[in-house]
Design a protein. Sequence first.
Length: 573
Amino acid sequence: MKKIVYFLLIFISSLTYSEYIENMDVKVSLNNDKSVHIKKIIEYNPEDELRHGIKLDIIYDNTDSILGYNKLGIKNFKSNTNGFTIKHNRYNTYVLGDKNKYLEKNKIKKYVLEYDIYNIVRTDGKLSQIYLNAVGNFWSMPIKNVNVDLYFSSNQINDLKVYTGPYKANTNNYIVNNNNIRNKDKFLEGEGLTFLLNLNSPTFTKYDRTLNILKTYENIKYNIGIFVIVIILIILMILKIKSEKSRLVIKPEFRIDEKISPELAKKIANNTNYSTLTIVFMSLITKGILDKKDKYEEVEYVKSLNEKNENVFLEDEKWVYDKEKIFYIKDEYMEFEKLENISPSEKLALNSFSKYSEDIFKSIKNTARLSESLDNLIDKIYEKNIAKKNISYRIITILLAFITILFNIFSTEVLDYISIFILLISFLISFYLSSKIETKTSEGIKVYQNILGYIMFYENVEKNIFDEFNTEKDVINHAKKMLPYMIAIGLTTKFLNDLDKKLISFNKDIKYAYPYIYYPYIYNLSYIDNRIKEDIFKNTKLENKNIRHSNSGNFSSSGFSGGGFSGGGGSSW
């Protein structure tokens, strides 16, 4: 019933048309480069309508996959009349006629147009196939006479199938005579003609296929050329980085230079995930500038073995960091500007903490901004004193990326996404490497040699570094001094193991370790670091929220009308 209603509506609508195509003659041939040449002669009658001319839609992408090379290249379009092209996402509209003139009424206007279709031939090694929508299923007017001529020799043709009618239907409205296809009855609006032509191989070889792909996806040529340049650039950057590393002659260092702050050592060693703020926090803790308010009673560091004191004994699980603990600046250090032996980053942190001196992590925004400021400060100190950034490679990478974008936008309407993806990966690698290229100053080389040399020494030394100290006080003082560095350069575990062994040699119970070094901070340092990072994340999320509020075709032997490649349709204008 639905089909009857559909065809009835088509029949009634066809009676209302006053414009039509008298003849559509399509000539199909194969070029030397194995692209398909199309010549169309369209005889259009506007009858009583005021029309400037006709519009022809030619589809170049009727596939849903962005991978593979199945799209068509529509090239060398020309016609016997003036016009212009409108490019769409999957097809082009060729507008033929003069916007300042109307066609004569009740007089046939002949349009002769030609174009080449690249990448339309398919092959499986035995047969080559052309699956072409020769007329198009989207004409907004009837076509009285259709004639399709296939300029192929009888030796070339293996099989020919024809499909006519509306899209995804077949009305068998055709007659085949050798290489000629004609319609039996008038084509109504929305009816077209598709043919599937199988050719004997070797009509179309893999070499021909490659040439057709390169002609269709013109951006491939540009992308390959730029890819070669990017690879050369990557090789040069790798050689530059290796050359810079060769300037560093690393020898064991037995001490870390006191002029180097723990947070700068962190950046140079690049061996820990702790934030810069966490390192600065730990440094201020060990210097006694920060303290905490704890519901548990503070525990002294030194306790002889077998000594019993129930008032200070705490079970292990009670050392887990509790949210009720808050950190504050001690009153005697509130005038921190006068303090000596603190780094610029520590001064910056104290200045920020002083806004909430009784609870330094009270404000999420303050914590987040301080963390960002510390990172920026360390970067500035590093770039000023340690190593100068070489931005020339980054500029070249950005320029190449910009050129690539221009080529891929303006070179062709058919883009090869595989080469674009490969180029994207190469650009990411190039951009990453460009950020690693730097030229170290003479002072920077010394700093690198000191930090990396100390790491080399400490990772390989068999002797306990605390053995040079004879008293508990000296051990504690050295541990307090070096702990922020050990956290910063990623040697905390070995450092604490050495400390444990030394404490045991003094016949002291390590379970009651000095609180600035052990349980409340070291074992909960990851928690503190995560808390800082969570505050940064929450603040970023909140700021982003505020910004938003303020800115309020497979190889086949079957087919149907409207199937095949190219196709389209047209209308008057």
